[in-house]
Design a protein. Structure first.
Lengths: 282, 310
């Protein structure tokens, strides 16, 4: 139970079927198995050992906001395929498959909501949509979330889960790093704040851009947050990696995080920050 | 098939003629040369030639940052150290005089021989290198010196120590700082523009790219290893995501292409430096006329407009 498990599946972001021999509802730490409704009722945290299962964007939003307060924005923004990218399969096909599988138009959902009655803006990533990778559509949605937060004078809460930039969009996916950073800076210049909640995994291009720029940055337990994935580091350097390589606890120890917060405590934690950041107690 | 290909090329060329190739300055003098370059670029759109661009961008005799510094700057003073823990030799940073004005210059640096290459870590910087870069950017901002960055890295270094020292967060803050600068900034991709380690110092008012440089989200080998599960398919990967200068220009990722001597920058470093110098000169002249808050506003608007979505 104490041995932390490094999930290297992000190395295969976007590939058809990742390693997973195990059922997704089987706890990788203690092997307990659950039905969807059991996990859902427990915020997708293993009731036995506390392992944090990946959480889909809709479930995440439901876990954070006051019931019935979430109004989605920019739901119609979709990826295009500017390169007509074709690896083993066409990118367009991967997108369609991801949409069918997740019921989402893209790897990020944005909108406005209230958390413990404080209004805020949300930008929530979903790892199950092509590894939460950031292409033009994700960059645009995040960018609009920044503007929406600035316009309404509320704090932006970003929940990240991403393998990085979406390779299938080539250089334009890399350009989402500067793009999202510029959007955050516009928000900050307008007096707004950004709170980042890093879920497993928050890596590469997302870690190297807006995710790290939160005024407050917190992460879930055992979330991998590294610029390069463990396998890449291992292969490049042939170094033996520490057991807790890149995990949120070690990042906290090293000073890269404000706190590691268990999922059930994230809502009250974020709510407290929202109250602190809100102007004149509105 | 052949006509289809030709049509695409023609379309590209017509678009290319509409963009400002050398940032407005000294274009007339270069026009004939550019026409030739254009003709050559137009011919160079095959997969094979994209790969040639990858090879030229990595050519072991290609001029590196300090080769350009030597040829373009007077009174160069290199500054060292991130003021936290180390001096990363994969990044050089300093002050010099360019066309009579003081500028700050930051660039990735690769090594020439084995010893030098190891010392420069093959141009792959640790967070210390980006912190040194940021130190120079702040200094330039405070004194109103224009900033020139030269990008030439396979990527930020993926090592245990680099991660522990905050590679991801440091790259994010380097992007952030560049988005806040109130000085004219010009970046040029002079070799490999590899991923976040490249864009972290390329969030500039003008982004130039040498004719045979590449700029990409991941190395062709890395992309092939992940998507094709075979690093040997790098050529295929490069053809699929097209890291070449023309493609970056078409997408608006770079503002202009800096011509290289025939055969590539490595064949004539002096001429390559002269051409780069002319492009930098043109870009800086243009930017210096713009008020600083307007520079920042336009810079952010430029990057915020990048992307293709429905």
């Amino acid at each position: 139970m104490s041995s932390s498990r490094i999930d290297v599946s992000i190395e295969h972001r976007g590939t058809p079927e990742p390693l997973g021999e195990k059922h997704p509802n089987t706890c990788p730490q203690c092997e307990s198995h659950y039905r969807d409704d059991e996990l859902n009722a427990n915020l997708w945290v293993c009731p036995h050992c506390g392992h944090h299962f990946p959480m889909k964007a809709r479930a995440r939003i439901a876990s954070l906001v006051d019931e019935g307060t979430f109004a989605e924005e920019a739901a119609d923004v979709r990826s295009e395929d500017p390169l007509h990218f074709f690896d083993l399969r066409p990118y367009g096909e991967r997108l369609a498959e991801a949409e069918l599988k997740t019921g989402l138009g893209e790897a990020m959902v944005i909108g406005n909501a209230e958390i413990e009655t404080t209004p805020c803006e949300l930008a929530v990533m979903d790892f199950s949509f092509m590894g939460g990778s950031m292409g033009s559509a994700v960059g645009e949605k995040f960018s609009r979330a920044c503007d929406s937060a600035a316009e309404r004078g509320v704090t932006l809460v970003a929940v990240t889960a991403s393998g990085g930039a979406r390779m299938q969009e080539g250089i334009l996916s890399l350009m989402q790093l500067p793009k999202t950073v510029c959007a955050v800076e516009d928000l900050k210049d307008a007096g707004g704040a950004l709170i980042t909640v890093m879920a497993h995994p928050t890596t590469a291009g997302v870690l190297a851009s807006f995710a790290s720029l939160g005024d407050v940055v917190i992460a879930e337990p055992n979330a991998l947050m590294s610029f390069a994935g463990p396998r890449v580091v291992q292969q490049t350097t042939r170094e033996k990696l520490p057991d807790d390589f890149g995990l949120s606890d070690s990042n906290y120890r090293l000073g890269h995080l404000d706190a590691v917060v268990r999922r059930p405590e994230i809502k009250p934690y974020v709510a407290r920050l929202l109250r602190l950041f809100s102007k004149n107690g509105d | 098939m052949a006509t289809d290909h030709e049509l695409r090329l023609r379309e590209r060329l017509s678009r290319l003629r509409n963009v400002n190739l050398l940032g407005g300055a000294r274009v007339s003098a270069e026009l004939e040369k550019l026409e030739r370059q254009l003709a050559r670029i137009a011919e160079e759109a095959t997969d094979e030639d994209i790969w040639q661009s990858v090879e030229l961008a990595r050519h072991e005799d290609r001029p590196y940052t300090l080769d350009y510094v030597e040829r373009l700057l007077e009174d160069w003073v290199e500054l060292h150290g991130d003021r936290v823990r180390a001096d990363d030799h994969a990044v050089v940073a300093g002050l010099g005089r360019f066309d009579g004005r003081t500028i700050a210059l930051v660039g990735h640096q690769k090594g020439r021989d084995i010893k030098d290459r190891i010392d420069r870590n093959f141009g792959s910087a640790h967070p210390e290198g980006y912190r040194k870069a940021m130190r120079l950017m702040k200094l330039a901002d405070r004194h109103g010196f224009p900033l020139v960055t030269l990008v030439d890295t396979p990527g930020a270094y993926p090592g245990v120590a680099a991660e522990q020292h905050g590679q991801g967060g440091t790259l994010a803050r380097s992007h952030e700082l560049m988005a806040r600068l109130e000085i004219p900034t010009v970046a040029c991709i002079i070799g490999e523009g590899g991923s976040g380690g490249a864009s972290a110092i390329a969030l500039a008012d003008r982004v130039l790219m040498q004719e045979n440089a590449i700029y990409s989200v991941i190395s062709p080998e890395g992309c092939a290893a992940i998507l094709w599960r075979d690093a040997g398919e790098a050529k295929k990967a490069a053809a699929a995501f097209r890291p070449d200068a023309l493609h970056c220009l078409e997408l608006g990722v770079v503002d202009s292409i800096v011509p290289e001597p025939n055969g590539g920058a490595h064949t004539d470093a002096d001429e390559a430096a002269r051409l780069l110098g002319a492009a930098l000169h043109g870009a800086l002249d243009e930017l210096e006329a713009v008020p600083s808050d307007e520079l920042k506003r336009r810079r952010r608007a430029r990057f915020r407009s990048l992307g293709v979505f429905a």
